[in-house]
Design a protein around this ligand. Sequence first.
Ligand SMILES: [Zn+2]
Ligand SMILES: [Zn+2]
Length: 379
Amino acid sequence: MDVRYLLFGVSDAHSVIFPALESGPFLEGFMSTTTHAIAVSSPGAPLGPTTIERRDLRPDDVLIDVAYAGICHSDIHQAKEDWGSAIFPMVPGHEIAGVVAAVGADVTRYQVGDRVGVGCMVDSCGECEYCEAGTEQFCTKGAVLTYNGVGYDGQNTYGGYSRQVVVKDAFACRIPEGIELDVAAPLLCAGITTYSPLRQWGAGPGKKVAVVGLGGLGHMAVKLAVAMGAEVTVLSQSLKKQEDGLRLGAKDYFATGDASTFDLLKRRFDLILNTVSAELPVDSYLGMLRVGGAMVNVGAPAKSLSYNAFSLIIGNTMLAGSSIGGIAETQEMLNFCAEHGLGAEIETISADQVNAAYERIENSDVRYRFVIDAKTIGA
Ligand SMILES: [Zn+2]
Ligand SMILES: [Zn+2]
């Protein structure tokens, strides 16, 4: 059945969920599950309640009762079709934390009751060189996005703003005891997106790391880099969030709105992790790198950035980018966070506050991640 035709096809979204479906476990081969969700019907439209169908459990699937879904800025970009043609209706959400409610016949790694998370992707070919290397995000066949994507079965994918989700067991990660599910949810995108480049570029003892921007990604970057043992500096437009930055473990905090900052910090950093999606004077940032240092972008401005080649040449510096991480690295990140007692700084909201939350995110008015309490969806 094509779920696109079911979305918004029900006049009273609150009455259609089958009472028996609210708790697992189910037998494999059971009918598909109708679940409450929050969806966007067309580009830029407000979010509203609906119901969707989740597929029957395949042998390697798990059904997850979503507990919390983080709101990532990229949810907003996709809901507004900022990044090119998107699929509507859309149920956003790729920061999912919940509990396994049922497992397919062949699933051995998870049991009902296990705490799990789902991030930005829910499938990949499993056979190409990148999948073999555990970097499914680079799958040559194309990893299947958690929402605004199309599965290999041709079905559109729907994300975490929902009471339940069904995914292949290999794309669920275990959330260790010691991290609450609400603060764990944002780790599945904001956490791994910053953990992966910090690891790749050697953040650790003796390394000076600058984090550009103290938002959803930036605040996780600070926490993670500090836990890795690096000396961390926050570079933010103003000193408005200085107190927070220092509380999260940063040693220094500078305003990039003050031009003297760039002179003061010349040749200071081994790594600059740029988490903002605004246009930046790239040459000025490259000037703050030590010889051989790297500036790595995880924020994505709409317009192209430009730089002078000499900014790289004179210090053998690098300008790079980083995507999310693979599933194995995502699990490693969750384990690291549990070991170090790390979670996101969150504001928990109910389903009816999602549109207001979107507006606040666009005004940079959140400290530092909204998470939707999933039991309020369709309640
Ligand atoms: Zn995200
Ligand atoms: Zn692949």
